[in-house]
Design a protein around this ligand. Structure first.
Ligand code: ATP
Ligand code: MG
Length: 585
């Protein structure tokens, strides 16, 4: 049996928790503001802080972004060049008549133009939304309609395939800029060519005096529980990106950082663009899709030192087997973190055993704009726990009380809703067009996350499940994560998704859907074995009563298991909004 804790220090006199408490006590957002913005805090701009600060200093020639194309081509932008290009893009927006507060959408793969357009739009004071390029036409149009997009930057191919036919139905969309895959994209009626605009624009953009409360980014949630919501973020969020880049991701001057998320999701912007640039490190951007061997090669050849990825990717690497992992070396790899879904303890241990580095789970949401709760380099890891609140973040476990409001649950190991004291800089400032829904997220000065969790006596937070996914069976409240993690411990299981299935006697029974590791075939014997394994691990009250095999589990494009879809399909109910379903239209 493994020890339940991964210890970071062999020195028993070093009390990591006390050190952490001291760090939190000495922290203030004002300090971060002073450090990052100096006397200029009234004129905060994410892109100027992320790019321009380094463009004329000793980091000017350091690679800011290194793009790896699917065909092996490598494109690098150093900080000076990134400043020049983002200034040019900001100027191009001015030439097109766009300025402060105007909405810009960017629909592209992870190509240099996407990063330049996002940062350039921020510089121009525009509000920018990167969209995931694999979305179908309808999800793209819906989001642009909700976001009142005035300008779209996309590629020639994506425009022809996904936007052209719908353009007439998008009245606020005045202009489209096309990035040509093979030279200029001038041949498409009603569009402008990115390369030409960039060539004609001046090298230095005038400073637009955005303030901390100016809207900067509009991000749509993953749609795991329903129709995606548009979360509004402001320039001041940059303080959270900066502080968490240090405290949760341990970014240091010489790091090579790889965030595997697409900028179409908040992780791919907050940590795939902004945070590493703020720290002046080199970021790897892989333009290709997931491929286990390719990913191991990137870790090795790019000498990635800090890696930020997601449970689904880790489970896919686990599925590919340890032999593949062992064929590659990654001596530079120092710190590995994960976000997006609960990280099963088995995955944390896999990191430790196969990569030689444990995986550090952290928790946050589109709404929080940045990492809130994390396992950090300094702290021991309790596999299965999300870690501790970061400096500047105050978390609580609460229960909603009848008639509105909440009460704080102080007792350790007691389940309740995870809440955060409002006021951290990256907190969302609204759901676009849904004011009432935004207001309902708050009780007094507490933001209610909609996730259930518990806090142990050491202050570590443990994810139980989304409030929508928790199963009520014969008087027990069962979190799907616990059941899924137990199933994943079995050597045959690659992934598990657990739902409550309505039952006239006990309310709901636990039903599990599992996909199997490479080379394992489903069978009745295996099903019985898994039922037995789960009962032994969890007890009869919590273990699944039913297990079904699926080749793959339904997932969002950001990699989250869609339990609501498993449930709808099981019960023959409508599937609801599937715009973010992987493999969907
Ligand atoms: P929607 O709100 O549209 O249903 P979503 O909640 O999946 O979609 P995101 O904001 O991308 O959209 O995801 C945040 C959610 O992901 C969290 O509320 C939580 O449920 C889950 N999550 C993120 N990180 C973790 C983690 N480390 N452990 C457990 N759950 C996590
Ligand atoms: Mg959510």
């Amino acid at each position: 049996m493994r020890e339940a804790i991964i210890r970071k220090s062999v020195d028993p006199t070093r009390d990591a928790l006390a050190g952490w408490a001291a760090l939190r006590a000495g922290f203030s957002w004002q300090q971060v503001r002073d450090e990052l913005c100096g006397a200029d805090a009234g004129r905060m701009n994410i892109a100027r802080l992320a790019v321009d600060r380094h463009a004329s200093g000793p980091r000017a020639r350091r690679t800011a972004l290194r793009f790896l194309a699917g065909d092996g081509a490598v494109t690098e932008l150093d900080y000076a060049e990134l400043k020049r290009q983002t200034d040019r893009f900001a100027n191009a927006l001015g030439a097109l008549g766009l300025g402060r507060g105007d909405r810009v959408f960017v629909l592209a793969g992870r190509i240099p133009a996407l990063y330049v357009a996002v940062l350039g739009s921020l510089k121009a004071g525009c509000v920018v939304t990167p969209l995931f390029s694999a979305f179908g036409p309808e999800p793209i149009a819906t989001r642009m309609r909700i976001g009142q997009a005035r300008l779209l930057v996309t590629t020639e191919t994506l425009y022809r395939r996904k936007v052209e036919a719908l353009r007439a139905g998008l009245p606020p969309l005045e202009q489209v800029v096309l990035v040509g895959e093979r030279g200029a994209a001038t041949a498409v009626p009603g569009t402008r060519d990115y390369a030409t605009l960039m060539r004609e624009a001046g090298d230095v953009a005038p400073t637009v005096a955005t303030g901390p409360d100016d809207i900067a980014l509009l991000h749509f949630t993953s749609g795991t529980t329903g129709t995606p919501k548009g979360a509004i973020h402001v320039h001041e969020a940059v303080l959270t990106h900066y502080a968490t880049g240090r405290h949760a991701l341990d970014l240091h001057d010489d790091d090579v950082f790889w965030c595997t998320a697409d900028p179409g999701w908040v992780t791919g912007t907050s940590y795939g663009i902004v945070a590493p640039l703020l720290h002046g490190v080199t970021s790897i951007v892989d333009e290709a899709e997931f491929d286990a061997e390719r990913w191991y090669r990137i870790l090795q050849d790019q000498r990635v030192s800090v890696w930020y990825t997601a449970p689904t990717a880790i489970r896919m690497l686990m599925k590919a087997g340890p032999e593949l992992a062992r064929a590659y070396r990654h001596p530079a790899l120092r710190f590995v973190a994960s976000v997006g879904e609960p990280l099963n303890p088995e995955a944390v241990w896999w990191g430790q055993e196969v990569l030689g580095r444990p995986i550090h789970d952290n928790w946050w949401q589109t709404e929080t704009g940045g990492i809130m709760i994390a396992n950090t380099p300094a702290l021991d890891i309790k596999p299965g726990s999300m870690g501790l609140p970061l400096p500047g973040v105050e978390a609580q476990i609460v229960r909603r009380v009848e008639g509105g409001g909440v009460e704080v649950v102080d007792a350790p190991d007691t389940e309740g809703e995870l809440a955060l004291r409002a006021g951290w800089p990256a907190m969302f400032r609204g759901y676009l067009g849904q004011d009432e829904r935004y207001r309902k997220c708050f009780a007094g000065d507490l933001y209610l996350s909609g996730d259930l969790a518990r806090r142990d006596a050491d202050g570590y937070y443990w994810f139980v499940g989304r409030a929508d996914d928790v199963i009520k069976s014969a008087g027990h409240l069962i979190g799907p994560f616990e059941v899924e993690s137990a199933l994943i411990e079995h050597p045959a299981v690659a992934e598990a998704g657990v739902i409550g299935k309505p039952d006239p006697v006990v309310g709901e029974v636990v039903k599990a859907f599992v996909s199997l590791k490479k080379g394992v075939e489903p069978s009745e014997a295996l099903r019985l074995e898994l039922l037995g394994h789960a009962r032994k691990r969890l007890g009869a009250a919590v273990a699944p009563k039913e297990i079904a095999f699926l080749a793959v589990l339904p997932r969002t494009r950001s990699g989250k298991i869609m339990r609501r879809l498993l449930k709808a399909r099981e019960l023959g109910l409508p599937e609801g909004d599937t715009s973010t379903l992987e493999g969907g239209a």
